[in-house]
Design a protein around this ligand. Structure first.
Ligand code: SAH
Ligand code: SF4
Length: 348
């Protein structure tokens, strides 16, 4: 028999960390200390965890690997937004974005490297799928962006690369670590998951105890249009999605956001807007209009700002709560849908 295989500490969620500590015969509070070192303080090694006994640090280092993501590139936008390209332990690359505003710091993080859903307007979808991220790899992105800004992260959104509900366990494990006081201490309501409409994931999310926030990428309430631009979401037709969202609102008392990226000539016609009103009427939701961000080769064109304002007016007149997303970081391709694996390497 050879050496036991080393395991990656980032694969553990909060319960996994507790089990690990218990298996080593250590008292329960050591789990909180370890969580705090890993995510609250982003310790680079077990050896750096100075208030853990030397014997425990040595055992951990014998059996577990700890490799922080390394920032291979950081781009700064003129509006203060920063985009990060992280290299993970196995060399895989993912991106996150830090968005400061009025004393808040929001981090947009990835849950997968790449994505299988293939949305035509999204740079991630156009690049294919690489792998799921581990809970720790998700939390580290958020923690490290906070350290780079030297500011507490107040909000975190799963709107980077990947479909969070295609990596449900790790995403929820990461949200809980972000929520824990010994982790990042971010309030559950300030932790948002965005899904392209994976109905079983929405049903499961509705049963979670924490008050996490849900956003759904709708982008069209006309089945044919939606099927065309979001091929991976075809499995869950619009009436089924609507039903799942109504059920989510009823069982949690929380209002999901419907994200609608307005694409000129594609989903901005009067028929599209009528279908959107019919979809959103009569239940608790909020619509967020996003003028589509340019992605090379996608053919998705930005609408005239006046048309976006007009659509917002029509929705509000129909009694639907609506906002228009303020664009951040477009100059560094850090805006929604502009995240890829490539980054600077593209330009080299
Ligand atoms: N996979 C999840 C979360 C990541 S995408 C999802 O699809 O919801 C985060 C958000 O950016 C989604 O609403 C997505 O539809 C949107 N998005 C993708 N490409 C975009 C683009 N080019 N312009 C504007 N929003 C885009
Ligand atoms: Fe995946 Fe979301 Fe991009 Fe669609 S929009 S390809 S679901 S990351």
């Amino acid at each position: 028999m050879g050496e036991p295989t080393m395991r990656n500490v980032a694969s553990l969620d909060a319960a996994g960390i507790e089990t690990l500590i218990a298996d080593l015969g250590e008292p329960g509070y050591r789990a909180r200390q370890l969580t705090s070192w890993l995510y609250g303080r982003t310790a680079p090694s077990f050896d750096a965890m100075t208030d853990l006994p030397a014997r425990l640090r040595a055992r951990l280092a014998d059996e577990w690997t700890l490799t922080l993501p390394s920032a291979t590139d950081i781009r700064h936008s003129s509006d203060g937004t920063r985009k990060y390209l992280w290299q993970l332990a196995d060399g895989v690359l993912v991106e996150s974005v830090g968005i400061p505003s009025d004393g808040r710091l929001t981090v947009c993080f990835s849950t997968q490297a790449g994505c299988v859903m293939g949305c035509t307007f999204c740079a991630t979808g156009r690049g294919g799928f690489v792998r799921n991220l581990l809970p720790g790899e998700i939390v580290w992105q958020v923690a490290l962006v906070g350290s780079d800004f030297g500011h507490r992260v107040t909000n975190a959104v799963a709107m980077g690369q990947g479909e969070p509900f295609n990596n449900y366990e790790a995403t929820l494990g990461a949200l809980r670590l972000m929520n824990l006081p010994d982790g990042l201490g971010i309030g559950a309501r300030h932790l948002t998951v965005s899904t392209c409409g994976v109905v079983p994931g929405i049903d499961r999310f509705a049963r979670e105890q924490e008050q996490f926030t849900l956003a759904v990428s709708l982008h069209s309430a006309v089945q044919e249009t939606r099927d065309g631009i979001m091929p991976g979401a075809r499995r869950w037709p619009l009436p089924r999605l609507r039903q799942a969202l109504i059920h989510y609102g009823d069982s949690t008392g929380r209002r999901p956001t419907l994200e609608f990226a307005v694409i000129a000539g594609r989903n901005d016609s009067p028929q599209e807007i009528s279908a959107l009103i019919a979809f959103a009427r009569g239940w608790m939701c909020h619509i967020n209009l996003i003028p589509v961000n340019p992605v090379e080769g996608s053919g998705a064109e930005r609408p005239d700002p006046a048309r976006v304002a007009e659509i917002a007016g029509l929705l509000q007149a129909a009694g639907i709560e609506t906002s228009v997303r303020i664009e951040r970081g477009t100059d560094i391709e850090a805006a929604c849908g502009q995240l890829t694996q490539k980054h600077r390497a593209q330009d080299d």
